[in-house]
Design a binder for this molecule. Sequence first.
Ligand code: HEC
Length: 140
Amino acid sequence: MRLTTLAVLAAIASAAPLLPAAAQDGDADAGRRVFAQCRACHIIDATPRNSVGPNLYALWDRRAGMREGFRYSANMTALGAAGHVWNEANLRAYLTDPKAVAPQGSMAFAGIRNPEQMTNLIAFLRANTNPGPAPAPASN
Ligand code: HEC
């Protein structure tokens, strides 16, 4: 009985990579390698520096075009003003085809069409650009 249960569990575990839910998880380490093609223009760190593109520090859930000290295209500024936020769905759309989201935008990047690379890139961005929970309000 016990062995049967283990065999069933093992079968489920080995089938797991084929399930859609598992396929959406993404591998942040593999995503770091995908991000290599973004590094030509983007840095992610806590400094005030920008590059050819805006520093992507704390990007996750931030409105588009809000990075201080960076000159965005009018198109990107307008998206942010209209409430466009960098969540998973919006990042996927933009990074798959930047011109589809910001036709007059200034990001000279063709986009990533491989779904597995995109899922891994999203996992990397989530892990590296998410500022985490807001700090607790100061008590006074
Ligand atoms: C050739 C340079 C270049 C490459 C390569 C590039 N970007 Fe960009 N990126 C830019 C520029 C320039 C902007 C500003 C776009 C605008 O103002 O329209 C931008 C904007 C962005 C934004 C919006 C940021 C914000 O603050 O609103 C995100 C997100 C982004 N890029 C992610 C990526 C990722 C991820 C990659 C790699 C898959 C990548 N970019 C590749 C130049 C680049």
